[in-house]
Design a protein around this ligand. Structure first.
Ligand SMILES: Cc1cc2nc3c(=O)[nH]c(=O)nc-3n(C[C@H](O)[C@H](O)[C@H](O)COP(=O)(O)OP(=O)(O)OC[C@H]3O[C@@H](n4cnc5c(N)ncnc54)[C@H](O)[C@@H]3O)c2cc1C
Length: 386
């Protein structure tokens, strides 16, 4: 039986776009199913290994054309708890870098990825979604929203948190939903923020300002979803004074440049990220609260490992897709477990009301403040070094 394509990528988010480019660059006849979705006005802080990957994979030219460098991370304990952490400043120069990473508007990244995709003659992009998946008989088969059917040897599920590919292909998933959500919007501050990302840690979650050039910052405020919905309903008149007070008036005035949006938060992990010619990348395989800026960083590491698994496979052999999917799963296992565990622990420790947990966290930050070797290790983990 012949297939319609060697590989089909499902999902047109940033990870799906990056995966489509990587799979086509591996020489496979590739179809990318990317139905148009709502405009993604979020921004992504990407650490240097991810930025290097984007550049070497031809997904962006240089970071300075699309993003802003992050040179320092400042953590302010705003909890008023009994045991408080010290104010901690991490500087990229401590580890011999000009920047930890770069902050990108997702829209700018998407435009740049689309330009890379258009240059690949063996990559066909279709503006249509998948309604059904079946792997019966050994050949993955997809039914599309327009009623047509496509078959391929390899299917890449990049269809986000509620992945149809993940559930239809029978991947086991563990998920927990939090009472917290994230409110995001772009702000114009009264004073420049430079290259410093500032996190105010409140009992219900961090209030983070990520530099976006000049006086602009991207806000990610994590709190109880009910609190955020109420703040959102209060409009600009209610939000601006709240932002001023939460940022401890460090930057003088605050003005909103974009409308605010609220994203519910959950964690999700799969036991294995590939089997039987199906692989999961990005949020179809893992989703975390946006702290420690790990989500897209991890998704890009999925794509880099997928590219490596394909380049290690003998594509002329029957069964290459099944062995590549298993190889991919092995390559991803340790990183997914380590990053998932780290973000989950960090998130729960930020919210913990228990004195021992507060003491541990405060103690951990004191140790990071005082012990240079430990700081370097923490940088390595946060930046996704392998
Ligand atoms: C507030 C917030 C801030 C964040 N900040 C950062 C950060 O600073 N750094 C970082 O690294 N990460 C960050 N993240 C995480 C990051 O945004 C995500 O990890 C990343 O966008 C996930 O991309 P994705 O392509 O996997 O999923 P998505 O962007 O969800 O894309 C999935 C796509 O699949 C499509 N789809 C769904 N079902 C189907 C179907 N049946 N058929 C076809 N297509 C389908 C959807 O339309 C969508 O386009 C943040 C997340 C949030 C919520």
């Amino acid at each position: 039986m012949t297939q319609d394509a060697d590989a089909i990528i499902v999902g047109g988010g940033l990870v799906g776009m990056a995966a489509a480019v990587a799979v086509a660059k591996a020489g496979l006849k590739t179809v990318h199913l990317a139905p148009a979705g709502p405009v993604d006005r979020r921004t992504s802080a990407l650490m240097m290994p991810s930025v290097d990957y984007l550049t070497s994979a031809g997904l962006i030219g240089g970071p300075d054309a699309v993003g802003h460098p992050l040179t320092q991370i400042r953590i302010v304990d705003a909890t008023n708890r009994l045991i408080r952490a010290p104010e901690t400043l991490f500087d990229a120069q401590e580890v011999g870098l000009d920047a930890f990473g770069w902050n990108f508007a997702n829209l700018r990244l998407m435009e740049s990825f689309q330009t890379a995709a258009r240059a690949l003659p063996n990559l066909e992009t279709r503006n249509v979604g998948v309604t059904e998946f079946s792997g019966d008989g050994g050949v993955p088969r997809l039914t599309l929203a327009d009623g047509s059917v496509l078959t391929a040897l390899l299917v890449v599920g990049a269809d986000g948190k509620k992945s149809l590919i993940r559930s239809a292909a029978g991947f086991r998933v563990r998920e927990s939903v939090f009472a917290q959500a994230a409110l995001v919007c772009d702000l114009e501050l009264g004073r420049p923020i430079g290259g410093t990302s500032i996190e105010f840690h409140y009992p219900q979650g961090p209030f983070t300002l990520v530099p976006a050039g000049g006086n602009r910052a991207n806000l990610v405020w994590i709190d109880d979803e009910a609190v955020l919905r109420e703040a959102l309903a209060s409009g600009k008149e209610g939000l601006v004074p709240t932002f001023l007070s939460k940022s401890q008036r460090l930057f003088g005035s605050v003005a909103m440049l974009t409308p605010a949006h609220v994203f519910p938060l959950s964690t999700l992990t799969v036991d294995a990220a590939g089997a039987d010619g199906v692989v999961l990348v990005g949020e179809s395989a893992h989703a975390f609260p946006p702290i420690g800026a790990q989500g897209l960083n991890l998704g890009l590491r999925d794509v880099a490992d997928l590219a490596d698994a394909l380049s290690a496979a003998d594509l002329s052999q029957p069964g290459w897709a099944v062995s590549a999917s298993e190889d991919y799963s092995r390559r991803r296992a340790a990183d997914l477990a380590r990053t998932g565990g780290m973000v989950d622990t960090l998130f729960r420790s930020l919210l913990a009301e228990m004195i021992p947990a507060q003491a541990l966290r405060a103690g951990g930050l004191w140790a990071l403040k005082l012990v240079p070797g430990l700081r370097r290790q923490a940088f390595g983990i946060g930046m996704g070094e392998r």
